[in-house]
Structure formats: structure tokens, C-alpha cells
Design a protein around this ligand. Sequence first.
Ligand code: ATP
Length: 296
Amino acid sequence: MCLLEFNDVSRGYGSEKVLSGVNLQVHAGEVIGLLGRNGAGKTTLIRLVMGMLRPESGRIKVFGEDPRKDPVATRRRIGYVAEDQELPPFLKVRDVIAMYRDLYADWDEDFATDLMNRFELPPARKIKDLSRGQARQVALLCAVSHRPDLLILDEPAGGLDPAARREFMETSIRLLNEEGTTILFSSHHMSDVERMASRLVMIHENQTWIDSELDDIREGYCLAQMLAGDGIDGQKLLSIQQCLCARRHGEALHAVFELDPDTCSRLLRDELGADIARCRTINLEEMFIELVGRPS
Ligand code: ATP
């Protein structure tokens, strides 16, 4: 079942184009890691899903409907933790939770209590006196205890130390997905995406540049490295259909291909007329830097 659909969606701010002609489908049970450089448009995409922004053109459907048609009904089925979400600082943890409980008719008190115990949250402590990690955990508990069909996390673990981040991501993503929740999360941490996501969507230059299952990325992409010169340059590599990007690193040329390493080696041998490229699998972090990093 398709929970979320973007059809040729464009949106910018003033004269700045942010998303242009984006197509995306999210199906029930998926865990999607949304990647992109700062300012690529991840939050903009999420705000469009939430109905907080209107697309300039194109069509968005969430649970089969325009999210702006009946925003209250749509929001009831979504759990959302924003990047910069602030909880009322002078309220106690239990009072914030009570506030959210009142908002949702289908609040699951057992689940909320379970998360409260799992996170070891102090119910009588004011939000302002919590650690950053604990405050994120309260925000998460409030976002998921009505058992949403779709959970959207915008850079949910920003500012947490690596151990707290891992624990938070494990709970929010693994636990909830095991319970059937579909999850869309943005992150700058490739390791989170590699560990948690079933699918990766990378936004670059106003588009979803890569939209692929994680397993396909591991097996279906490679990095080719060779020396520049003798008529071999970035332009020549980019003219090969499967080449996603090519850039110079000093004397070397690096190119990412949508091919497994063996096939890529054979293709480059045929195209370049010499066996000069070393092709190997590429991890997500390397791929991200090769694809969207600035030329060196
Ligand atoms: P980050 O990883 O830094 O959070 P992002 O991928 O979430 O970035 P967005 O927040 O969607 O990116 O921003 C995309 C672009 O739109 C940026 O250039 C940003 O400055 C701009 N932008 C975002 N919100 C507004 C706004 N309300 N008014 C004007 N420009 C905006």
C-alpha cells in the first residue's frame, strides 16, 4: 500500500528553487533514510508531507489524500519529531505527556508507559532540567504513543552523543518498525542510514538523485579510480550512461558508477581501451562525499 506519493512536486522560497519535479513513493513498512547536504531540501520535503507547506506545482498524497484537505485527520495518523522541536520548558515530563494524551483519542497508555520505563525518564522533572537526549526521548514518546501509521523524524538525534544517538535511533526506528510503523527519517549520519534504513533517498540539486534499496546500493554501485590524462577526463567518464559523477582528486579521477565492480571494470576497459581503472564497492559515506561533495 502506498502511504505517501509525490508526483512531479516543486517547491521553493521566493526566487530560490529547492525541490523541482520530485517523484517519490513510500510504501507501508518501509524505513526510508533521507540524505542530502545542508540546505538540500530535506526539511522542505518533510513539511510538504505534513501539509505545512503547499507545493508550487505537482501533487502530494498522504494516505491517499491531499494532506492539506483534512490536516487534522492526516496528522492523527502521523507521528512527527521536528529537528528544532521545543517542548514547554517549565512543564514537568508527566504534564507534557498528559497534554499529548489529551490531543489523541487513540493514545496507547501502555505503550507510553513502556517507553517511559525503557528511557528511564523522570516524570516529575521539568523539561528544562532534562539532558538533551532525555528531551528528545520525551518528544519521541509524545510523537508515537498514538501509534501512528507513518513516523517522520527530521534529524531526530541531532546534538546527541554517539551512544545516546544510537540508543535513540534503535528505539525509535527498530522498535517501531517491528511494530509495523512506516518511517521516514532525515539524517546526516550515514551509519544511522546504513544500519536502520531499508531504502535511501538522496536529495541533490533539487531532485531525488538516488532512490534505492540499501542492498541494491551495496551491490549495484562502485567507485572507479584511475589516473587522469591520455584523453581520459571527467567529461569522458560522464558520457558513459551509468556514470553518476566524476571528479578529480589531484592526479586521480574518481567516478561513481551504477554498476557492480566487475561489470564496471569490463565496461571501462571497453570504453577507454586500456585496463587502467580500479573498481571497488563503495560505502554510503564515500558515495555521499563523491556525489555531493565539492570538487577538490
Ligand atoms: P539541513 O540539513 O541543513 O537541515 P535541509 O536539507 O533540511 O537542510 P531545508 O531546510 O529544506 O534543507 O532548506 C532548503 C533551502 O530552503 C535552504 O537554502 C534554506 O535556506 C531555504 N529555506 C528553508 N526554509 C525557508 C523559509 N522559510 N524561507 C526562506 N528560505 C527557506
